[in-house]
Design a protein around this ligand. Structure first.
Ligand SMILES: [Zn+2]
Length: 217
């Protein structure tokens, strides 16, 4: 709801992991009117550039390719949103200590197998490295690093460090890497401060009414 989080290309990246920042492209999940930042395929590209998935040159190429195949770009956006929501539900289940829905794991695995099909090992000066981006001639390659990021958290201890912002209306997810696992807010400057202000306001009202009650008649 704040100006700082206004567009896909300028959203704060506070999740600590790519897939969590991706989940946070839907803001105010806990309210009746969540705010969607990925409304078009171009939004997805702009976010991908912002999050470091694609270079400036790759970004330009994706915009151009999308312009030439509008219908395909729309389909990719819809698939991306479906992936995002499945990833969110998997993490939300973990946060709530619930088993995930089989359907959500199945959805995720479908995306995962596609991204693995597109992945390869490449030779580097130091040895070998994963090239997980896959076929850059396709509009959907930007999804692959996100899928990989989610898979890595799901199979590691990091799954236990994924938390939701203490402001349930906000709904942003993040990885809590603080030593004593004490991080509560997606952003201390934003949700944290708002909560502090609300507490302060409530206390002021309470103090005022107490004073009124104690006031001599
Ligand atoms: Zn928050």
């Amino acid at each position: 709801m704040t100006d700082k989080k206004r567009t896909a290309g300028s959203l704060k990246l506070l999740g600590g992991r790519l897939c969590l920042d991706f989940v946070n492209t839907l803001d105010w999940r806990g309210t009746d009117s969540p705010q969607e930042f990925l409304k078009t395929y171009d939004d997805l590209v702009s976010w991908s550039r912002h999050a470091g998935i694609c270079s400036q040159q790759e970004t330009r190429k994706l915009y151009k390719m999308a312009e030439q195949s509008n219908a395909e770009a729309k389909k990719v956006l819809n698939r991306t949103l479906k992936l995002r929501e499945a990833v969110f539900r998997l993490f939300a289940a973990g946060i709530a200590n619930r088993n995930p829905l089989k359907e959500d794991l199945a959805i995720f695995n479908k995306y995962l197998s596609q991204s693995m099909k597109d992945s390869q090992i490449t030779r580097t000066p130091d040895g070998y490295a994963w090239d997980i981006a896959g076929n850059r001639a396709k509009l959907d390659w930007v999804m692959n690093p996100i899928i990989r990021s989610a898979a890595e958290i799901l199979v590691s201890d990091e799954i236990n460090k994924v938390k939701a912002c203490a402001d349930s209306a906000c709904g942003w997810l993040f990885i809590d890497v603080s030593r004593n696992q004490s991080r509560r807010w997606c952003d201390m400057q934003d949700c944290g401060n708002r909560a502090k202000a609300t507490r302060f306001y409530k206390k002021k009202i309470k103090d005022a009414s107490r004073k009124d009650a104690q006031a001599p008649r």
